[in-house]
Design a protein around this ligand. Structure first.
Ligand code: ADP
Length: 267
């Protein structure tokens, strides 16, 4: 079984002022997935411009000040949940129209966090769909949180990847982003950034410039999830899904296309 993440930066125009799909990337990737030789697959996608705009505007996940603030945040929750659901529908439709039999899985209907980490999540349904031959498609969403001071939070696709990886022990975890892999610093801001083939620690990143504006923590947030996953024995690879054919190659078991995140002592 393979878990594939499609970054919000690749299936949406992340810098857009309103929710905008990148249809060219989405439809091409859907064709690549459909023509690859995978048996069992789970797809997790990010929210990109469908989620971050509203999550940021309504400060979802920030401490609740008073009743009025909670009311506002619940409004933001409802709006964000609605937009990411629309994105998920578009992603599932594109995949199905190109030959991938998808089933949509909505995190806010079955996941609860505690201090912003997944606390309650029953994977029986996902396992059942996998057994039936479906490709479950789950995504970055807003969810309730048991912490009384925040009550709701943003659940990133990257945290979902970590949770699924830990609990389902896939053969591979592949993350398609809009960069060739992990660099020692943000390649979009630093011309001299160097691409790393293997990463084993967050210390491999220069702190400066690696936390981008993304509400879910940018590359550093992503890497922290992947390092934790590597430590429990699940290796992952980040590659550029914007480049034609790379998702297909990775699904067809080619390794080392981007950056591999693995346990230190295995290097
Ligand atoms: P996605 O939406 O694909 O999940 P993010 O937007 O959260 O991905 O993270 C990818 C972005 O992280 C890249 O577009 C890049 O600008 C930024 N970034 C910051 N630091 C780094 C780094 N050290 N290496 C690679 N990308 C980085």
């Amino acid at each position: 079984m393979i878990i594939l993440k499609l970054g919000g930066s690749i299936i949406t125009k992340k810098e857009a002022k309103e929710p905008t799909i990148d249809y060219e990337n989405l439809n091409r990737i859907a064709r690549e997935i459909a023509s690859s030789s995978i048996d069992k697959l789970i797809i997790v996608h990010g929210a990109g411009s469908f989620g971050h705009i509203y999550a940021k505007e309504y400060e979802i996940g920030a401490e609740i000040q008073d009743e009025e603030d909670f009311k506002q945040k619940k409004m933001g929750f409802s709006i964000t949940q609605s937009w990411v659901k629309k994105l998920n529908t578009i992603v599932c439709d594109s995949l199905r129209e190109n030959g991938v039999l998808t089933v949509s899985i909505q995190p806010s209907s079955f996941i609860i966090t505690k201090n912003k980490r997944i606390h309650h999540c029953n994977l029986d349904l996902i396992n059942k769909y996998l057994d039936m031959g479906f490709v479950p498609v789950i995504y970055g969403d807003v969810v309730p949180d048991l912490d009384e001071s925040i009550k709701i939070c943003v659940l990133s696709g990257d945290q979902i990847i970590k949770y699924l990886g830990e609990n389902l022990k896939p053969e591979r975890v592949i993350l398609g982003s809009d960069v060739d892999g992990i660099y020692n610093k943000n390649p979009k801001k630093h011309e001299d950034a160097k691409l790393m083939k293997i990463v084993t620690s967050c210390d491999d990143l220069a702190t400066e410039g690696s936390l981008n504006v993304d509400v879910t923590g940018g590359m550093k947030g992503k890497l922290m999830e992947l390092i934790e996953l590597a430590e429990i024995g699940v290796e992952s690879e980040i590659l550029n899904a914007g480049r034609n054919g790379l998702i297909k190659k990775a699904l067809n078991h080619e390794k080392g296309i981007g950056t591999i995140v693995k346990k230190e002592k295995e290097v």
